[in-house]
Write a protein that binds this ligand. Sequence first.
Ligand SMILES: Nc1ncnc2c1ncn2[C@@H]1O[C@H](COP(=O)(O)OP(=O)(O)O)[C@@H](O)[C@H]1O
Ligand SMILES: [Mg+2]
Length: 208
Amino acid sequence: MAANILEIRDLVDVVSHHTIIDHLDFAIEEGELRVLVGPNGAGKTTLIDLITGRHRPTAGQILFKGERIDGRARHEIYRLGISRKFQVPTVYDNLTVFENMSIGLRGHRSVFSSLGYRITPAAAEQIERILAETREETSATARLIRDIAKTRSVMVVEHDMSFVRQIARTITVLHQGGKLAEGSVRDVENNPKVAEVYLGKAKISAAS
Ligand SMILES: Nc1ncnc2c1ncn2[C@@H]1O[C@H](COP(=O)(O)OP(=O)(O)O)[C@@H](O)[C@H]1O
Ligand SMILES: [Mg+2]
């Protein structure tokens, strides 16, 4: 069995009387590529802030290679080999926009037509091409992450399930600062508790 590179033990974070992280336990094995999902406000960003030392937890422990890192300075944590890539507006956001456009296009009632704009066949073709390119970029990003994960342990926060399916082995679902579910993409997608917190949504997808 591989050793845990990261271990979260009974982690609690209370900010202005609000419990943001609520007795969270979870671990990532050495070399693992873990995907973290959870509805808006679940505590994903806060958890990463705690791991990277941006913010100190109220209680509990964070261990990196078996050593406590909670409460340590950010630069010390970084020097141990933990780094973070911040969320930026990426191709995934664009994908939604273009998909919306193209869905409208295929359904003959596009955003454009409702604005009184007529789509020419050339414009339609262009949108289709951009859509294909965006999908290609998503696959390229998935390949890149899988590549990075060959030599490092990686935790990814991402909601686009088509993307998650391309990279994920294990998914952890965070909800109200606790672990709601953990397992394969299939397990998590078929979990009724997960479906419930994403109620009203066709699939796991939400903002950051
Ligand atoms: N500095 C803060 N003060 C008060 N509440 C906060 C603060 N930071 C985050 N929260 C709250 O903590 C919860 C979790 O936020 P966040 O970690 O950003 O969730 P996620 O990234 O999963 O959407 C939210 O309800 C948010 O409003
Ligand atoms: Mg967030």
